[in-house]
Write a protein that binds this ligand. Sequence first.
Ligand code: NAP
Length: 290
Amino acid sequence: MRVLVIGANGQLGTDLCWYLASEGDEPVPLTHRDIEITDMASVKKAFSKHMPDVVINTAAFVRVDDCELNPDQCFRVNALGARNIAVAAQEIGAKLVFISSDYVFGEDHSRKEPYTEFDRPAPINVLGRSKVAAEEFVRHQCSKHFIIRVSGLFGVAGSSGKGGNFIETILKAASQQPEVRVVSDQVFSPTYTRDLAPKIEELMKTEYYGIFHITNKGSCSWFEFASEVLRLVGQKTRVVPITSAEWKAPAKRPGFSVLDNYHLRLLGIKEMRPWQEALVDYLREKGHIR
Ligand SMILES: NC(=O)c1ccc[n+]([C@@H]2O[C@H](COP(=O)([O-])OP(=O)(O)OC[C@H]3O[C@@H](n4cnc5c(N)ncnc54)[C@H](OP(=O)(O)O)[C@@H]3O)[C@@H](O)[C@H]2O)c1
């Protein structure tokens, strides 16, 4: 299968290209230099050149606070970019995998139950609203679509858009500061891109079109995640829990955005392992632990 991976040098895109090649698929990696998703002509040109069977769109404007400060650019990339890709994929009859986010949820402040694919999105920030708009475009413009909502990604390549990932940021801060302050009132499911890539590959070969939540199993707050990272590497720096109000970021974040991988379970597809196990593998892969 020829698979166009858009955002190929990003955190998820890197692991997708590596995994697809290892499975004997034919990944065609496209970086921002090769394609501009906000430009319909650029998208159509790339599609007609490569004629893929499957398109995976991982490209996005991912910096949550910058989305809040620059909503036009956020909607241009995340929503209109997703629309352009959906239109072009439909035109050549390709399957489309679109990567969405747990931030499509968040309005229900008392929520303590993981969200299923059958819960109604209700975002509380610009990034979340742009992903809801993107999902609508994908659903309406491309019939053979998989919308995959993920959360708290960590991958060996690090986020291209964010210039790293949370784990590396915490490790660096902990090596330079006497203590690190981390929010404890945002709960999510950390997800290793190396675990996610095989699930996407498995799903794209089916005709189970629709929305999927795919995350590592379990959940934690960013404070708990940071504490586990430092515990595993043997770093003794104190981690101090703070509230989102104390952090004072421009964008609101959901207090709870854990995704139930219900659709996978209904289909009898194996869910992913607990995030703690995935984290150990990540830290080994990066050489932080043996
Ligand atoms: N990271 C998370 O915690 C998280 C959580 C929930 C959902 N997601 C979603 O998961 C997906 C993958 O995330 P990631 O962490 O792998 O992101 P990433 O590392 O920042 O990769 C995104 C890629 O998209 C490219 N890109 C951005 N704008 C583009 C444009 N206009 N045209 C073409 N390419 C463009 C970027 O290239 P340049 O950097 O060169 O511009 C980059 O290679 C995204 O859709 C994101 O919204 C991520």
